[in-house]
Design a protein around this ligand. Structure first.
Ligand SMILES: Nc1nc2c(ncn2[C@@H]2O[C@H](COP(=O)(O)OP(=O)(O)OP(=O)(O)O)[C@@H](O)[C@H]2O)c(=O)[nH]1
Length: 263
């Protein structure tokens, strides 16, 4: 079955820290945030998960394949190396937004993001070993058609950015509202979504909606597997098939074929 295990990563009491004893230099905060994201990407990615920077003070990870001990180790290693600590909330559901709601509830029940005594909370449900073996996560990798020719080589960077961001904003809202899928901008013209069970027409409707509402043309490759990395790789291969065939939507291979592949 499709089952997403999502983790909300929240920097503890970060707002007050950024201004104590005085407001800190903005580029120092940006350095800390991007290094923390890089360390999370390394830790989660090496265990075949995905993490997205979202607002940097709060980040969202897809953690199918990572258990409670992995999460506790992540908190320990960040706490040892950074001037801030992180709380982690987890949730599991067929519908990604429901998994994130559950993950969020665990942290919100433990206190506010800005409580000075709420630190390193680890709350929520994890897939059991048996559930992990029986579950698949679905990754959709969206890409703007000919972003280089239409935007990068034609417009200044800010106007290109507006186009890409408008496409992203339209897609993220549509998939969230229609399907409970969660979409994340990952750089360039790429958006990665964690999705519940959706068919080809659902993806096509999403792409049509973005073209009509924002004037941005997308294509998408979809992968389904036991971990985000394996599902995401199959999505990338499916996207290459879109490029090759000139199609807008390619659903990858069935999970039983994807999970035994070595790429
Ligand atoms: N995060 C991420 N970014 C990528 C990936 N592939 C390409 N990009 C980014 O996307 C930008 C545009 O590359 P493409 O999407 O290949 O180029 P395009 O001009 O849109 O051409 P087509 O996609 O073939 O229509 C690159 O400069 C990269 O920044 C990827 O797999 N992941």
């Amino acid at each position: 079955m499709t089952n997403s295990q999502l983790t909300l990563v929240q920097i503890d009491n970060y707002g007050p820290w950024t201004v104590t004893p005085n407001p800190r230099r903005e580029m120092d905060l940006q350095t800390l945030q991007s290094r923390l994201f890089a360390d999370l990407a390394q830790f989660v990615g090496s265990r075949d998960g995905y993490v997205f920077f979202t607002r940097f003070d709060n980040m969202v990870a897809i953690t199918n394949g990572l258990d409670r001990a992995d999460h506790a180790l992540l908190q320990e290693t960040i706490g040892n190396r950074y001037p801030v600590t992180i709380s982690l909330g987890t949730g599991v559901d067929e519908v990604p937004v429901a998994a994130l709601e559950a993950a969020t509830a665990g942290l919100q029940q433990a206190g506010s993001a800005q409580d000075c005594d709420r630190r390193e909370v680890l709350a929520g449900k994890f897939l059991s070993e048996a559930e992990q073996a029986d579950s698949n996560v679905r990754i959709a990798h969206f890409d703007v058609n000919d972003a280089t020719g239409k935007y990068t080589d034609q417009l200044n960077e800010f106007d290109s950015f507006i186009q890409i961001e408008q496409g992203y904003a339209t897609l993220m809202r549509y998939l969230r509202e229609e399907h409970g899928a969660l979409s994340f901008f990952v750089g360039g013209d790429n958006i990665i979504s964690v999705c519940p069970t959706m068919d080809e027409a659902d993806y096509r409707n999403a792409i049509d909606h973005v073209e009509t509402a924002a004037g941005v043309e997308l294509k998408v490759g979809v992968g389904t597997a036991s971990t985000p990395h394996v599902a995401g790789m199959d999505a990338k291969h499916a996207l290459e098939e879109c490029r090759h065939e000139g199609t807008a939507v390619e659903l990858g291979r069935p999970p039983e074929e994807v999970d035994v592949a070595t790429d």
